[in-house]
Design a protein around this ligand. Structure first.
Ligand code: SF4
Ligand code: SF4
Length: 368
């Protein structure tokens, strides 16, 4: 007996696949499945998070619908993944936010933006909000740097703690000891390489299938734009923090300075990537689309897109009267992004990476 109907279905499918094994060269899920004869809830959650949703196993399968075996691995594992995010959420009282995720994140983002605009007006008046502010420290005429650092530092810390607790719950649930993380440097390195290349989003080498059985690599490409864009933006913020505290140089910085260059490149990645992923999501073949995850997927994509769009507009229009409003919009969206990260699609990256670490470790043990 499994905890949910989705896990029951995942067990049925894994048992069918374990007898068939036709797809064993497609990705990591099938070799990991073959190492087991039966599947606990933790095993199924592990396999679900190891799946990258390339859908090759749906189009290659002789038992996929309309066959009576009704084997649909991509949708079943996507459902199990989505349910696992709620299962691991910390604190548990927020697990329900995964059910109506799109609505929850939209409301939080709207409230956050409103709070920043109202805060700026209450603090300085609307004349300052729509005034022109230039030179070093211009942003801090609307919100003091220390207040900004304290607020975003607290939100970032909360995000780290909540996602860390979720990750620990995942690790316990799949039955891995903590020493795999502390002693398994080769597993970590292998997982990092696999994640950086999205190795298992390639349908076994031919490409990901999305709108039909024609393999293409567009999802992998747009995911790369998004992921590396995010890293560059994170790098930009980190360098800007060092500039402020170590060198005493205040934002905004000239266009040729490192934080702006990193932020602009990352911002472009976070425009192209999310737009491409959204396009692919809308075009996805309904047979392989998990409708229940759609709101969560789209909400995260839109939040990343808005983070970048408001940041780039702020860069271009920072010496105009629009700067105050754009700063409030940008800070509002980024704050909402931080505090909703543990309760949205962002967590897929953490659990997938952890699943890849376990897979690398299992693979080595199995081959000995
Ligand atoms: S998905 Fe279908 S073809 Fe692939 S291993 Fe499972 S049952 Fe066999
Ligand atoms: S990664 Fe692709 S081939 Fe592997 S289980 Fe998931 S959808 Fe199927």
């Amino acid at each position: 007996m499994h905890a949910t109907a989705t896990l029951e279905e995942a067990d049925r499918l894994m048992t069918v696949c374990n007898s068939c094994r036709y797809c064993e060269g497609l990705c990591a899920v099938f070799p990991a499945m073959e190492m087991r004869r039966s599947f606990s809830d933790g095993d199924l959650n592990y396999l679900a998070n190891l799946c990258h949703g390339c859908s090759a196993c749906y189009y290659d399968c002789q038992f996929s619908p309309p066959h009576e075996f009704n084997v649909n691995i991509p949708v079943t594992l996507a459902r199990a993944r989505h349910e696992s995010y709620a299962h691991y959420a910390w604190p548990g009282v927020f697990a329900g936010s995964f059910r109506r995720n799109g609505l929850a994140i939209s409301l939080i983002a709207a409230l956050s933006v409103t709070a920043f605009i109202a805060g700026f007006v209450a603090w300085h008046g609307s004349a300052t909000l729509f005034g022109i502010h230039t030179g070093p420290g211009a942003f801090y005429r609307l919100m003091p740097h220390n207040a900004m650092a304290a607020l975003f530092g607290a939100a970032f810390l909360y995000m780290l703690v909540a996602t860390g607790m979720g990750l620990a719950a995942f690790w316990r649930n799949i039955g891995e000891p903590s020493r795999t993380l502390t002693q398994g440097s080769s597993s970590l390195w292998q997982a990092a390489k696999d994640a950086a290349q999205l190795r298992y989003l390639d349908g076994g080498g031919v490409g990901c299938m999305n709108d039909n059985e024609q393999p293409r690599d567009r999802r992998r490409l747009f995911h790369h734009f998004t992921f590396y864009g995010f890293l560059l933006c994170f790098g930009s913020t980190s360098v800007a923090t060092l500039y402020h505290y170590l060198l005493g140089i205040e934002a905004p910085y000239p266009w040729y300075d490192l934080p702006v260059l990193l932020g602009t490149l990352g911002g472009l990645g976070l425009i192209i990537g999310p737009l491409g992923l959204l396009h692919e999501k809308i075009r996805r073949d309904r047979a392989i689309l998990d409708r229940d995850s759609m709101g969560m997927d789209v909400a995260f994509i839109v939040m990343l897109f808005l983070t970048s769009l408001t940041g780039l507009l702020l860069l271009v229009l920072r010496e105009t009267p629009a700067m105050g409003l754009l700063l409030a919009l940008h800070l509002g969206v980024v704050f909402a992004l931080f505090i909703t990260m543990p309760y949205g699609k962002f967590v897929h990256g953490l659990y997938r990476f952890a699943a890849l670490v376990r897979y690398a470790k299992e693979g080595r043990e199995f081959s000995h």
